[in-house]
Write a protein that binds this ligand. Structure first.
Ligand code: F6R
Length: 607
């Protein structure tokens, strides 16, 4: 989603702004722009499409200036056109915005009645027009920005640049993340610390309602009540080098291939090799005292939670409720005593998940999060944040973050099972030994890639695909369907295999590929019965199973993919690989933009 940068520099800022925007590309965007104070006067360059279009424009039409703001836009209000591209300008004010101004229609109507016209379809232009309106009435830039913000409802991270004010940036946050970077005689603003990494490793995160006035040598913050506030400066540990594809055609391919390594790192962070126990960050979790866990997340992270529900309930006998964040936050569910609230998020900035976390504050016994970005809002606002150690994930479609989330969630479930007396020392040790073999097994599983590549050529011709699974393989079917639709744009749906007869079987004909996840576990025979029902109606089965499963049920399938044999409890972590590879190679066969699929954003910071 939209990314923001701002620089009060000692040198020309246009290249710094573009570089910082490149580091925000992973969030997803469809146009980009920058504004600087060129000889004290506002000027801007904007381009639709990829950042390279903006860079090319700047080669032919450079922008001078030592202070500036920049933006990558993921369209919400108004199409991705040049007119709607940020920075938005109204006379002496330029502004960049991430979020949604919910009352922009009312504000526009007020401006219109004062004779002020607007020229774009965006909610953001209203912010620039309001600031200009206040300046026209004699307000200083700071007063104009404050008065503007007081009128806004909704979510925003904003950065203002004013004509003639070469040593001033104003930033404000409500609902969308914003970080301030400290340099030597320089000051920066960014949607996250990743954007600022080449510029500084000293970062202050603004809190909800904060308003910040920056010069090159000072930072003054006031809180939502207008009271001066001090926010800690943190040292970040983000690599300033931009992550590259390491020889792969796409980031997603690299991230799929990295899974053995990152899962090994996640295991190393939580497993105590000497005594075979699971170590949690300081504070820990009193699993024995819990009555339930409420898990909340979006998209792929939600499917990680659904998988974890099976683990916690079966292994630890701990009831789990799982919700998508956008439903949870407005349903007003009661949070009763003994509840741990657990939020799973790769980015740690997903607006709905963060809002759900805030809903549980003061209600749940403990707020836990499983995050990849350990300096994110969700991590910072949790009582205990559990990092997944996946490393930066650039591909918009989550792959390695999903398997690392599963790894950490399984470790938690095992720890809970042991703490609640449902798993002996020996039993725990046996699971941990099995988990230590995961990186090797993932390497082996990646060996199916050639088979999947061939199959994907055929799959790319389909218009609809069904995914089926039972037990732990049901959430895997959901994740497989999501991956396929988001990067190949093929319509895909997932069902619990047992649900097939209750409706979806009507869809089956000889054109319908059906992907079945079925390792030879206790539920295998039941899934195979459902599979036979599909084959009897001409459906084309892609069976993903192990050697024993293939021997028993591989006859008559369209294709059988044979996975390494694994303990059924650990199978979701391994079976994510074929789900990812199938989607990836189908998307490559279709020639879609795998890393930045249309309409999608990596970090969904608006609801
Ligand atoms: C799918 C995908 C999304 C995210 C979802 C939540 O491949 O990546 O569905 O899982 O937007 O994002 P996070 O995990 O950052 O909260």
């Amino acid at each position: 989603m939209c990314g923001i940068v701002g620089v009060l520099g000692q040198n020309e800022v246009a290249p710094l702004l573009v570089e910082a925007l490149k580091r925000l590309e992973y969030r997803g965007y469809d146009s980009a722009g920058i504004a600087t104070l060129n000889d004290g006067h506002l000027d801007r360059r904007r381009a639709v499409g990829k950042l390279v279009n903006l860079s090319d424009l700047l080669v032919h039409d450079p922008l001078a200036g030592k202070s500036g703001i920049g933006h990558t836009r993921w369209a919400t209000h108004g199409a991705p056109t040049l007119t709607n591209t940020h920075p938005h300008r109204a006379g002496p004010v330029a502004v960049v915005h991430n979020g949604i101004i919910e009352n922009y229609r009312e504000l526009r109507a007020e401006l219109a009645s004062a004779g002020i016209a607007y020229h774009t379809e965006t909610d953001t232009e209203t912010v620039a027009l309001l600031a200009q309106h206040h300046l026209d009435k004699g307000a200083s830039p700071e007063e104009a920005a404050r008065a503007t913000i007081a009128q806004l409802e909704g979510a925003y991270a904003l950065c203002f640049l004013f004509d003639g004010e070469d040593d001033l940036l104003i930033a404000a946050r409500q609902g969308s993340p914003l970080a301030i970077g400290h340099g030597d005689g320089e000051m920066f603003v960014g949607s996250d610390a990743i954007a600022l990494a080449p510029l500084t490793d000293r970062v202050t995160y603004l809190e909800e309602g904060d308003f910040a006035v920056l010069t090159r040598t000072s930072l003054r913050i006031t809180d939502a009540q207008g009271t001066p506030a001090t926010r800690p400066m943190r040292q970040t540990h983000i690599d300033s080098a931009r992550v590259d594809k390491a020889g792969h055609k796409h980031f997603m391919a690299k991230e799929i291939a990295e899974q053995p390594t990152v899962i090994s790192e996640a295991l190393g962070a939580y497993l105590n090799g000497e005594n075979g126990t699971i170590t949690l960050p300081e504070g820990g979790i009193n699993f024995a005292g819990l009555e339930r866990i409420t898990m909340v997340a979006c998209g792929t992270a939600y499917f990680a939670c659904v998988t974890a529900k099976y683990w916690f309930e079966q292994l630890a006998r701990l009831p789990v409720e799982v919700d998508v964040a956008s439903e949870f936050r407005y349903r007003e569910p009661p949070i009763t005593e003994g509840t741990a609230a657990l939020f799973v998020s790769q980015s740690g900035e997903t607006a709905d998940t963060l809002a759900a976390l805030r809903y549980c504050e003061g209600e749940a016994d403990i707020i836990l999060s499983v995050v990849n970005v350990d300096e994110s809002s969700i991590a910072r606002e949790s009582d205990l944040a559990l990092p997944i150690h996946a490393g930066t994930e650039i591909g918009v479609a989550s792959s390695k973050a999903f398997t690392c989330q599963l790894t950490v969630l399984l470790l938690l479930a095992l720890k809970a099972a042991h703490a609640r007396g449902h798993l002996s020392e020996d039993g725990l040790r046996a699971y941990l030994v099995a988990m230590r073999s995961l990186p090797g097994m993932l390497n082996e599983a990646l060996g199916i890639e050639e088979d999947v590549r061939g199959l994907s050529q055929e799959l790319s011709k389909a218009t609809d695909v069904l995914f089926l699974g039972r037990g732990l393989m049901y959430p895997m079917a959901m994740e497989g369907a999501l991956k396929l639709k988001e990067i190949s744009y093929i319509h895909a749906e997932a069902y619990a295999s047992g649900e097939l007869k209750h409706g979806p079987i009507a869809l089956i004909d000889e054109k319908m590929p059906v992907v079945v996840f079925a390792p030879k576990d206790a539920l295998f025979d039941k899934t195979v019965s459902n599979m036979q029902e599909v084959m009897a109606r001409g459906g084309k089965i892609i069976l993903i199973t192990d050697a024993a499963g293939a021997k028993d049920a591989g006859d008559g399938t369209w294709q059988t993919i044979i996975m390494p044999t694994i303990d059924p409890v650990l199978a979701p972590i391994l079976y994510a690989v074929p789900a990812q590879l199938l989607a990836y190679h189908t998307a490559v066969a279709k020639g879609t933009d795998v890393d930045q699929p249309r309409n999608l954003a990596k970090s969904v910071t608006v609801e």
